[in-house]
Ligand binder design. Structure first.
Ligand SMILES: [Fe+2]
Length: 241
């Protein structure tokens, strides 16, 4: 499997707290059947002020440590970028790290606030698409406004977004409401990829194997598509492999 969303780079966001923990997370990913992981720290202005350069530097050190420990996990980096007004400027300045590309568009892992759909999201998504950037919305199943008003998901689909489900949402780690919303979106094949969004070893571990098995139980072809082939197609076109 290919995991396109993880907070494994140590010490630069609310993910791995130390290099030792991050290395154990890498091994946990391998034990889950993951062969490639994209390190995607938060870029969230005022909270986690990461930049392309800080992520690239943390990634360089971490990938060396993984190689030294002989952990059989290939790695690349991108970011989970919180919706904000600077995104168009960062794009123009080549400061946005992408997961890779799909159908000729660079893929941006885009995070909405957890509570609501932000003002101006439609304009941002349209602008990104016009500029050959495909927004991949991180974990829509955990957004409280979407959970309460599920018809609004259709609006996001029509805008042209693609969607990443979190493995733990499928296995029930975020409660019954989130699990049932994720389940209904899976039934409609609304997700394009599933990723771990792992933050640590215990509270937010890597749930990819259990999530894969749960999806494969009802549709093994769709499981292959969203855990393996689509994320592999995106990452194959990454520029920082
Ligand atoms: Fe995340």
């Amino acid at each position: 499997m290919i995991d396109v969303h993880s907070h494994i780079l140590p010490g630069i966001d609310d993910g791995a707290r130390s290099l030792d923990i991050a290395l154990e997370m890498a091994q946990q990913a391998v034990d889950n059947g993951i062969s490639h992981m994209v390190c995607t720290p938060h870029i969230h202005k005022g909270f986690f002020d990461n930049t392309y350069a800080t992520i690239e530097s943390a990634f360089g050190e971490f990938s060396q440590s993984v190689a030294q420990k002989n952990i059989p996990l290939s790695l690349s980096f991108a970011a989970e970028v919180r919706v904000n007004e600077f995104i168009p400027i960062w794009l123009k300045q080549n400061q946005l790290p992408f997961l890779g590309a799909l159908n000729g568009k660079r893929v941006l892992l885009l995070e909405m606030p957890h509570s609501h759909l932000p003002q101006g999201l439609d304009a941002l998504v349209k602008w990104l698409l016009r500029n050959d950037v495909q927004p991949l919305i991180a974990h829509p199943e955990r957004n409280r406004e979407l959970l309460a008003e599920q018809h609004k998901f259709l609006w996001l689909q029509r805008l042209g977004c693609k969607f990443q489900a979190t493995a733990g949402a499928i296995t029930g780690r975020f409660g019954e409401n989130v699990q049932s919303f994720a389940g209904s979106l899976l039934q409609k094949k609304a997700f394009h990829v599933v990723a771990s969004d792992t933050h640590d070893l215990v509270r937010r571990p890597n749930d990819m194997r259990a999530a894969y098995e749960s999806v494969a139980e009802f549709d093994v072809d769709y499981a292959e598509e969203i855990f393996v082939s689509t994320p592999a197609a995106i990452v194959k076109n990454a520029t920082n492999l």
